[in-house]
Write a protein that binds this ligand. Sequence first.
Ligand code: SAH
Ligand code: SF4
Ligand code: F3S
Length: 467
Amino acid sequence: MKTVSAEEMNKQAEFSDRVKNMMAHRSPKALVITYGCQQNENDSERIRGMLAVMGYTFTENKEEADLILYNTCAVREGAEQRVLGNIGALVHEKRRRPELLIGLCGCMAQQEHMAKTIKSKYRHVSLVFGTHSLHKFPQLLYEALLDDKRVFSVEDSEGVIAEDVPMYRTGDPKAWVSVMYGCNNFCTYCIVPYVRGRERSRQPERVLGEIKGLVAQGVTEISLLGQNVNAYGKDLEEDIDFADLLRMVNSIPGVRRIRFMTSHPKDISERLITAMAECDKVMPQLHLPFQAGSDRILKAMNRHYNQAQYLDLVRRVREKMPDITLTTDIIVGFPNESAEDFEETIKVLEAVRFDSVFSFIYSKRKGTPAAEIDDKVTDDEKHKRFDRLLEVQNRISREINDACFGKTYELLVEGESKTDKDMLTGRTPGGKIINFPKKNGIKTGDYVTVTVNKTNTWSLSGSLTEN
Ligand code: SAH
Ligand code: SF4
Ligand code: F3S
């Protein structure tokens, strides 16, 4: 059974009570540090939710935390090295305060070799659990607190769905809602299918119920989340796909904006494009990773589309939604990518003109097929290509942003600007960030209209439009 039973969830609620009683005299504080994608952010909301029920409050300060938990990402080596560096540095704090509990969870923990490394080399880490054990966190924490034994729960699994895990949210007007978990695509470079299990969809009524609950708390923007949302429903008995789900969410009163990610180009159907165009609350934004421009590399990546098909998809999307914001992910330096292959990636950038691009240098992931390829391309060459790609895309982003000058957009106010405390920041329907001067009476969660009066490569500024 894919869904965790009510009996198991009740058992976890009992462990939760036990931890609460055990720790009550200490007013315990927790620090949860999250790496990786929105899926992980969403998992951290659940971890904080479970901790809140167990009587924990939250701190940003390592020195006053009773529990420090790293929710980790394994998608590239850099992210893993940073986590290992940070937990390595905690060894002194643990020596100073032996009662401090240090834990590591998420995608890194789900890899067998990594769990072994933590076990043997990071002995001050006493709680390690993978993505499949998230709902058992109360029990695992209880066991780790009970005596000095180290607790590891990292068994491989196809994955489960755990409903009704408590959530801790910060009063943000935006919320992430997972519609499905896992991935079946096995792109040859990618670790995600190994650490997140197989594709599994939540029941539509669960998704809709969660969204209604969020709306009741004041949330107006919903982002539907999954590694490949277009596969939604394939594993459900009910005859339903992602286009149907979008239409259902679109009809929930109180929801004003709907976004979703990520879409695999091979799975975007005409039905979905039509649903996006027809649903007034679905925002004109699409994140459509193409990864590489060369057909040879796309094949080696196991992506199941070629450049011509990708460009045709973009054309069909823009035909129905001419103003759509398009973003993408690109990998530079897949094993044995030639200079000509890389030129094809640049060609796609120039042809599509994405609003923004998330680009990554290929990182070898143990256990994936691409890791077995004897790669002849030097790091130096890969970095040169990466810089070239940034240069091309920066120019395009700048030109697209410059063209926004003088245009008026509706923004959802997200809070103070990170770079200027006299400014507020909000997002356009297409998902672009615009900063504008603070004004009495305007607060986070409001919808305002702003006209762009300054543009640069990474951001836009504007002034409030008086109505
Ligand atoms: N499910 C999403 C993305 C998941 S990972 C999708 O399919 O689009 C986010 C991005 O990380 C990927 O789109 C890819 O560009 C990048 N990525 C994944 N594995 C990588 C690796 N081994 N090296 C470098 N980048 C990688
Ligand atoms: Fe990784 Fe590919 Fe799955 Fe995305 S679709 S998570 S890149 S295997
Ligand atoms: Fe990273 Fe896991 Fe997300 S590997 S990208 S945190 S699914």
